[in-house]
Each structure stands twice: as structure tokens, then as C-alpha cells.
Design a protein around this ligand. Structure first.
Ligand SMILES: C[S@@+](CC[C@H](N)C(=O)[O-])C[C@H]1O[C@@H](n2cnc3c(N)ncnc32)[C@H](O)[C@@H]1O
Length: 285
């Protein structure tokens, strides 16, 4: 390989690493700001998995916000967190150590589309958690069938999906035309919603509940991390908006993302959170 290729390869590697760090930060901010929602979800599981799961599998764990929340909710449980990214697995290990639960969370760096040998060594499981993950796999039907095989009879799978990025801005930001964020979402949210009821049933699960959550947090409920979360989310959407938003909206959005501007998202005290999520709870009979 030439030095030129080496340099390019290195740059690509760096960029991929940077993108993963940004995604991890976004997911961690999401868990911090939407902590009441995460707590509601894990409490719902506690009512469904009595007397309490001993073994939990977190598929596509990312930086581990789900693993950590489950370890907190179920103090007697051991969580196996699986992710394809070495960087995210490492980040989760550091977080688990910092919170004193490293002995109750083990990590498996693996591609869920490939063999499940390393995963099955940790099973069978009482609870499987797959948050914002199933839409990433190459074959959801096969993934559900394999998850079914890793659950003990009576065990539960909890699948969650976000419909899209939350909304944060007021209708009128004080700059430009009202409704900027709605137009930004309309222009960039082009994927149909994920629907897992049928594929779960096809894999043999009994779908006990499909629950949509309409999450509404005002500025005080969302807490101080909302500014960083809104900034990162809107910057991500801005990166997809160049060709799909009008020039005046793009200029206002750029000003809102500019931390030196008085109306910057980083400084505003009128941000709130409006998000829609769906959870499917399904049992292996
Ligand atoms: C949107 S993130 C969700 C992370 C976490 N569940 C959460 O809710 O914060 C999706 C995760 O799936 C992982 N992932 C994607 N494809 C994968 C695969 N084939 N096998 C294992 N992990 C995968 C990514 O590395 C990423 O951490």
C-alpha cells in the first residue's frame, strides 16, 4: 500500500471514529435528557419480568445507556451488552466502571448479522433489550428468530424505536419565519416508521404490548443538558438539509447553531423536548 493510501485510510478511520464519538454523545445526551422516559420503560419491564431477570441481553448496546439503566433497575441481574463497534464497547466498559457496575455488565464485540456463538455462551436470557437497533440489522426477521432462541421460555424481548430526532425549538424562534423546525423535520425525515409487531409474531413471540410514547418535557423538566442535545441534534439535521431547505431557513438555522450569536441554541432558555417513541413487549411462550 502506498503512503498516499495509508494517509487516506488513516483519515477515513479518523472520520469514522469521530462519527461514532458524535453518535455516542448524542445517545448519552438523549438518555440524560429523556431519563424520565427511560425510567418509565425499565419500570414497565420490572412489572412484566417478575420476580426480576437474572440474565439480560442488550443488542446493539452502543455506549450502553440501556445496559446501565437496566443494571440500575435490576440490581441482581447480569447484563451482556453486544455491539459491533470496539470504540462503543470500550466506552460502555468505562461508564460501567465509573458507576461501579463493571462486575454486572459484560461486553461482547460482535456483528449481530454474523454468528451468535459468543452471545449464546452468555445465555439463555430472561430479558432481551434492543433499543434503536433492529432497523440497523440486515435481516430483522432472522434477528428476531435468533433472539427467540436465546430467550428462556417465558422470557421477554423489549424492542424500542425513536420515530425521529426530538423537536426542541419554539414555533417562533424570534428569527425568520415561524415553523423552521417543522419544515426541517419534514424535509429530512424521509423514512417510513419502523413496525415490528408482525416480524415479532412471525418469529414465534406473543406480542403483549405495542406502546407509543408521546414525550413532552418543558425546559425545567429537560434540565441543563437540553441545550447540548438540541445543538447536536439540529447540527446533524443541518448536515442533511443543504439541498432541501429554503435559503432563508438555512441562514436562520446556521445562526441558531452559531454559539457566538445571542439567539444560539447553546444559550436559549426556551427549549423543550417533544419526541415520539414506540416500544414493543413480546414474550417467548
Ligand atoms: C442507534 S445506536 C443505538 C444504541 C443503543 N441501543 C441506544 O439506545 O443508545 C445503534 C447501535 O447498533 C450498533 N450496530 C449497528 N449494526 C450492528 C450489528 N450488525 N451488530 C452489532 N451492533 C450493531 C451500532 O454500533 C450502534 O451502537
Amino acid at each position: 500500500m502506498s503512503a498516499h493510501h495509508d494517509a487516506n485510510g488513516h483519515m477515513e478511520h479518523e472520520r469514522a471514529g469521530e462519527a461514532e464519538r458524535a453518535m455516542a454523545r448524542l445517545l448519552e445526551l438523549d438518555a440524560e435528557v429523556l431519563a424520565p422516559h427511560l425510567a418509565e420503560l425499565t419500570a414497565l419491564l420490572a412489572r412484566r419480568v417478575a420476580p426480576g431477570p437474572a440474565r439480560i441481553l442488550d443488542l446493539g448496546s452502543g455506549p450502553g445507556t440501556g445496559s446501565l439503566a437496566l443494571a440500575r433497575q435490576f440490581p441482581a441481574a447480569h447484563v451482556t451488552a453486544v455491539d459491533i463497534s470496539a470504540q462503543l464497547v470500550h466506552r460502555l466498559q468505562k461508564q460501567a466502571a465509573a458507576r461501579g457496575v463493571a462486575d454486572r455488565i459484560s461486553t461482547v464485540e460482535a456483528n449481530v448479522n454474523g454468528p451468535w456463538t459468543k452471545i449464546s455462551e452468555k445465555g439463555p436470557f430472561d430479558l432481551i433489550w434492543a433499543a434503536s437497533f433492529i432497523h440497523h440489522v440486515s435481516d430483522p426477521a432472522r434477528t428476531f428468530t435468533r433472539a427467540f432462541g436465546q430467550l428462556r421460555p417465558g422470557g421477554l424481548i423489549a424492542v424500542t424505536e425513536m420515530d425521529f430526532f426530538p423537536r426542541f425549538l419554539p414555533e417562533d424562534t424570534g428569527a425568520g419565519r415561524p415553523g423552521l423546525e417543522a419544515r426541517l423535520h419534514q424535509a429530512t425525515n424521509t423514512q417510513p416508521p419502523h413496525e415490528w409487531t408482525g416480524p415479532l409474531a412471525d418469529a414465534g413471540f406473543v406480542v403483549e404490548e405495542r406502546r407509543p410514547f408521546e414525550i413532552r418535557l418543558d425546559n425545567s423538566q429537560a434540565g441543563p443538558a437540553v441545550n447540548a442535545y438540541a445543538h447536536l441534534s439540529l447540527a446533524k439535521l443541518r448536515s442533511h438539509a443543504t439541498d432541501v431547505l429554503e435559503a432563508d431557513d438555512l441562514a436562520v438555522l446556521d445562526a441558531l447553531l452559531d454559539e457566538t450569536q445571542p439567539q444560539s441554541i447553546a444559550r436559549r432558555d426556551d427549549l423543550s423536548v417533544r419526541a415520539t417513541r414506540t416500544a414493543w413487549l413480546a414474550r417467548r411462550p
